[in-house]
Design a protein around this ligand. Sequence first.
Ligand SMILES: [Zn+2]
Length: 131
Amino acid sequence: MSKQPNEHSVRRIVLPSGRTIDVVRFGRGEPPAPPSGLHVCQQCSCDLVQPVSWSEAPNGQWELTLSCPNCWWSAEGVHGEKEVHALEDQLDRGLEDMLEDLQRLTQANMADQAERFAAALQADQILPEDF
Ligand SMILES: [Zn+2]
């Protein structure tokens, strides 16, 4: 068996109960492309740049104001349709990632509650009048 390249990242989250969970994100099997495109910050290279305003420009182009949530770099510029579509794809992917994380968090939270409920049951701390 050959060792797979390390394609996942781990985000540690502390729940209100004090329990920590690791949200593991696996790579999607895409070849690591050099960062480029409108979603890449020109100052800190983070790939979370978002459009904060946009308007149509002549010749099917778009005038965008882009902003980096990491270092607050911001830039205005006119971009072609192709570039803007690529940015839209990136934003969609980012949203999908966030929804997946949210789902994992919700499941972890429910597991946490179930654990506490089971512990309380075992300790005879849950009585019929609790319902
Ligand atoms: Zn930045």
